[in-house]
Design a protein. Structure first.
Lengths: 188, 188
DNA sequence: GTCTATACCCTGATAGAC
DNA sequence: GTCTATCAGGGTATAGAC
């Protein structure tokens, strides 16, 4: 998982995976008959990890659903900062790197995106009453992922978080235009 | 250029480039001492092509600066449709594929993004009077690129233009909230 | 289940005739 | 400038002893 995330699929060799796992290539092939099967297993791990490894830490002390969306995006900002902007979303890297992926691989990548988007959509549903009746929550959730992926890509390319931050600022401004005050009358 | 765009950098071999160019690998190395130098030349070609190959065709019959932004995005939608959603922005693919790029390579990729963003920013400046005084036009232009890149990435992964379209719909809604009517009083 | 050894192929890059 | 031939190294995957 770590090597695919850091270097991508093609640039990671089985020999390197074995070395990092302190095993031999023969042992790797005992568990995974091909490199692609190993990739599929990694993609399944990512999907299974979205909730416990990504959402739960991001949302530990936050209950407001809209704040949760921006806390999730803030996690990605942390990934950028921690890596001096070398970070790229692992799924995004694979999605652009693999050009004619096996259908099974492509579906696993799509499942990762879909699960992420659905988690954001649930936040939006919780905030339903504060959003315009006409707002399409699935579109809006898709757009949050779009913003994250596009922002991370640019920040990585410039090796500077500024374009990511700019994207989040604009998204925040959009949300501030969409949201009406809380039913209790509190300011946003 | 075509092979790097379709298959990425690592998955394209010099032998394949030579074959498609109806030349021999020896001849390729006469012009480009390394594969990386060839990549740099391709990135320069992309930068030089943004105006004549991308913006001019997209804007041929459109003068309204805001419409121009969405016409540019519509071009990317065409690329998706023409390729049955196998399209990926060539710069975006390279930006996520190359993990420790040579500084010269990274700067060329960043220059491509910057030039694209600046073209959008100029459209926004033309529409300055219709936008809120507080709007940061550079941020907004960055956000348009973010939307394109994130939308293309998802559409390619799902092999379906819907997530791209959803992203554009939401961006349009945002712009409709930002824009005030034209000074002449025409509706938007 | 794990190990060493290796088959077989493709890669980027080079040599040197023409 | 272009050609053929090839080097040296690395890739995925396999074979077979233990």
């Amino acid at each position: 998982m770590r090597l695919f995330a850091e270097k991508g699929y093609q640039a990671t060799s089985i020999a390197e995976i074995a070395r990092e796992a302190e095993a031999n290539t023969g042992s790797v092939y005992f568990f995974f008959p091909t490199k692609q099967q190993l990739l599929i297993a990694v993609l399944e791990q990512y999907c299974d990890g979205i909730d416990p490894m990504l959402l739960q830490p991001a949302w530990a002390n936050i209950s407001d659903p809209i704040e949760r969306i921006f806390a999730l995006l803030e996690r990605y900002r942390s990934f950028l900062i921690e890596t001096e902007c070398r970070y790229g979303c692992p799924i995004g890297i694979l999605a652009l790197e693999l050009h004619e992926p096996d259908p099974q691989v492509r579906e696993k990548m799509a499942a990762n995106f879909a699960q992420w988007t659905t988690a954001v959509e649930r936040c939006l549903q919780e905030a339903r009453a504060r959003l315009p009746e006409t707002a399409n929550l699935r579109d809006l959730a898709t757009f949050v992922l779009t913003t994250m992926e596009g922002g991370v890509m640019q920040a990585r390319t410039y090796r500077d978080p500024e374009t990511f931050d700019a994207s989040i600022r604009v998204l925040k401004n959009y949300f501030s235009l969409l949201l009406r005050p809380l039913p209790t009358g509190e300011p946003q």
